[in-house]
Design a binder for this molecule. Structure first.
Ligand code: ATP
Length: 292
């Protein structure tokens, strides 16, 4: 028996840090949504009691360091599963890019294994298990659009935002999320996004308000470490993007546009500058559509 599950990337429409907690993590407030740039996670039932993992990208770990492997391990241990699985990840989402590729693979593995191993778990239960792997995994279990708080693991579902095109560009650098948070100093000059306005923009499907309300408190940190990220943002705006933001801790930057005519113009401008450029649509919908 084989199951194939789509694992879409996420982008941050907002990312704010409220304060540093006693456990060392930042209390965050993020609006996230899925886009149709996706990995595909194939799960094949094995009669033998083992987890095997392969990935189309050779530099991604294929052992217990892989988030999808961890997902299988956790389910196996918790529910005493005696069957095994072969996990094949067809990688499309750039790695260490701020797009939660690894987290989405883990979430897809959780959803798929729930079926393959007949566990009958709810999405809430899968999300709870996912939180042990990483803060972005619970959001990826549900997909769609959500406000994430806590370390990012507390999810409040939102309606889909106004439909639009998303052009993503990743400069050839990998960014460590821990390093970016480590360099974050919150003070009076910190630019905080207005999360309330973003929530209003989503609720009313107001595309212009959504573009105006984009904000990421980590952006200035990554921009100061990697000037290419700033250049990409400027290029996107100069080419007609309606809104531009860095996703997560970066380095991927995305542009939002509603008019299809602008998509090619922005894509062409970026391709002269970076190799990794992707055109996608906001998914913004529910897990049911992600499973397709
Ligand atoms: P986030 O936005 O959640 O911070 P990211 O997009 O910045 O995530 P990932 O692509 O998830 O980063 O990868 C971060 C690290 O996790 C990589 O350096 C990689 O070694 C490791 N990793 C573990 N499992 C995976 C996976 N399935 N796909 C990609 N990377 C993985």
């Amino acid at each position: 028996m084989r199951i194939s599950v789509k694992a879409p990337a996420k982008i941050n429409l907002t990312l704010d840090t409220l304060y540093k907690r006693p456990d060392g993590y930042h209390e965050v407030e993020m609006v996230m949504t899925t886009v149709d740039l996706a990995d595909r996670v194939e799960l094949t039932l094995l009669a033998s009691d083992e987890i095997r993992l392969e990935c189309s990208a050779s530099f991604v770990p294929d052992d217990a360091r892989n988030h999808a492997y961890k997902a299988a391990q956790l389910l196996k241990e918790k529910y005493k599963v005696k069957q095994g699985v072969r996990i094949y990840i067809h990688k499309q989402i750039p790695v260490a890019a701020g797009l939660a590729g690894g987290s989405s693979d883990a979430a897809a593995a959780l959803r798929g294994l729930n079926k393959l191993w007949n566990l009958g778990l709810t999405l809430d239960e899968l999300a709870e298990i996912g939180a042990q792997i990483g803060s972005d995994v619970p959001f990826c279990v549900y997909g769609g659009t959500a406000l994430a708080t806590g370390r990012g693991e507390r999810i409040e579902h939102l309606t889909p935002p106004a439909p639009c095109w998303v052009i993503l560009a990743k400069p050839p650098i990998g960014v460590s999320t821990a390093d970016v948070y480590g360099n974050l100093r919150i003070n009076e000059s910190t630019k905080h996004p207005d999360t309330a306005y973003m929530l209003k923009a989503i609720e009313t499907q107001d595309f212009q308000l959504m573009c105006k309300s984009l904000g990421n408190v980590l952006e200035d940190v990554t921009l100061s470490l990697y000037p290419q990220v700033k250049q990409i943002k400027e290029l996107m705006l100069a080419s007609g993007a309606d809104g531009v933001l860095m996703s997560g801790s970066g380095p991927t930057v995305y542009a939002l546009v509603q008019k299809e005519a602008k998509v090619q113009r922005i894509y062409n401008a970026l391709r002269g500058f970076v190799k990794d450029v992707y055109v996608a649509r906001l998914l913004g919908c529910t897990e049911a559509e992600i499973l397709a």
